[in-house]
Design a binder for this molecule. Structure first.
Ligand code: ADP
Ligand code: MG
Length: 347
């Protein structure tokens, strides 16, 4: 006689056993993309790369922001949410060396969400879209039982065959990072701890968290230059995102602690709060800076090219070495970097 009782030997395994990376790997292992000639590169990079025209490849990325997971009313007011959901997707296009073009917006909203919220959200999103020449061309609107869930899908393009991938780093490559990594995590700390945000220093950090500026011109110039081997944008912290490059390129990395930029604003926040600012820079996230590798022979050309095309500085912070080294060399010796940074399903 059939029984409804579960086999007692079967212990359902929670998703936290897989973790975010394991879940993506499970999905990837079941997905078939080999027989689709229009797919140049599927799951695994900042964007999917698809065949488009004789001169261009199509780039596609999507990102979701969920209330209480990615933001709270305290950390991201409606306008910052609108800006950021688009900025994070633009950053993925920038990380491939591409140009963002067309967005699709899916709004999962609770019936208690106010019209003011929606107006602030969409005004800020449209502001960034206009600044970056992106057309909002469609989407979906649904009611959710709990907090807001916002998904944005962004299309872009790059010159044919010129997308920059995570898996192309080579031994001896220099590791570079743009701009002000760590500032966004410092800003998040200020917001979460409820520290006063009136000072110019705190305002700069909070702005880095709430209104990140994706590095489109820099990414495009790096892609076009042919000087770069591998690239990723920093959404989960230098350690974790460099970890993706290393894993996919089957290499290791050594970072020079003294070369990793810590802004004066972040250093001051560290002094005020007794925290080590390097932790925000290595393990914080949502910087939307670009992390890339390039052969040492290209150092001068890279610096000159970046100076000409962008006002964002780049910093040489380490070297690609053989696996399995993944370490940080500092004044107090060498230690393992670890690849912890933000990860879903890890708590
Ligand atoms: P990023 O931080 O650059 O947005 P993610 O870490 O979110 O990238 O995703 C890594 C890769 O896995 C991307 O190529 C993404 O498209 C893919 N991916 C993530 N979740 C899924 C999913 N549920 N189904 C298919 N692909 C996924
Ligand atoms: Mg990315």
């Amino acid at each position: 006689m059939p029984s409804n009782r579960q086999d007692i030997s079967h212990h359902p395994s929670p998703l936290s056993n897989l973790g975010e990376a394991g879940i993506i790997e499970l999905v990837r292992s079941k997905s078939v993309t080999k027989n689709y000639p229009n797919v140049i590169h599927a799951i695994g990079d900042d964007c999917a790369v698809l065949k488009f025209t004789d001169k261009k490849d199509l780039l596609v990325t999507t990102d979701t922001m969920v209330k209480e997971t990615h933001f709270t009313a305290q950390t991201l007011p409606a306008d910052a949410l609108g800006w950021k959901v688009l900025a994070s997707n633009i950053s993925d296009i920038a990380a491939m060396g591409g140009t963002p073009r067309t967005a699709f917006l899916s709004l999962g909203l609770n019936s208690k969400t106010t019209t003011d919220f929606l107006e602030s959200f969409i005004t800020a999103l449209s502001d960034l879209a206009q600044k970056t020449n992106i057309a909002l061309a469609g989407g979906d609107t649904v009611e959710t039982p709990c907090g807001q869930t916002i998904t944005l899908t962004l299309l872009g393009d790059c010159p044919r065959g010129k997308a920059i991938y995570r898996h192309k780093a080579q031994l001896d490559d220099d590791i570079w990072v743009s701009g002000r990594p760590g500032d966004a995590a410092g800003g998040l700390f200020i917001l979460q701890e409820g520290l006063p945000s009136e000072s110019a220093q705190h305002k700069t950090l909070v702005r880095a968290h709430q209104r990140p500026v994706p590095r489109v011109e820099l990414g495009r110039a790096l892609g076009k230059s042919g000087l770069v081997h591998a690239m990723i944008d920093i959404s989960d912290g230098i350690a974790k995102d460099l970890g993706h490059i290393c894993e996919q390129s089957r290499v290791g990395a050594i970072l020079d602690e003294t070369a990793i930029p810590i802004t004066e604003d972040l250093r001051l926040l560290g002094d005020e709060t007794g925290r080590n600012p390097m932790d925000w820079t290595l393990y914080g996230g949502e910087d939307y800076e670009l992390l890339f590798t390039a052969p040492p022979a290209h150092r001068q050309a890279l610096k000159a090219m970046v100076c000409q095309n962008s006002d964002i500085p780049i910093h040489r912070i380490g070297k690609i070495v053989s696996k399995p080294v993944f370490s940080l060399v500092g004044t107090e010796g060498t230690r393992d970097i670890g690849s912890h940074g933000y990860s879903h399903f890890s708590r």
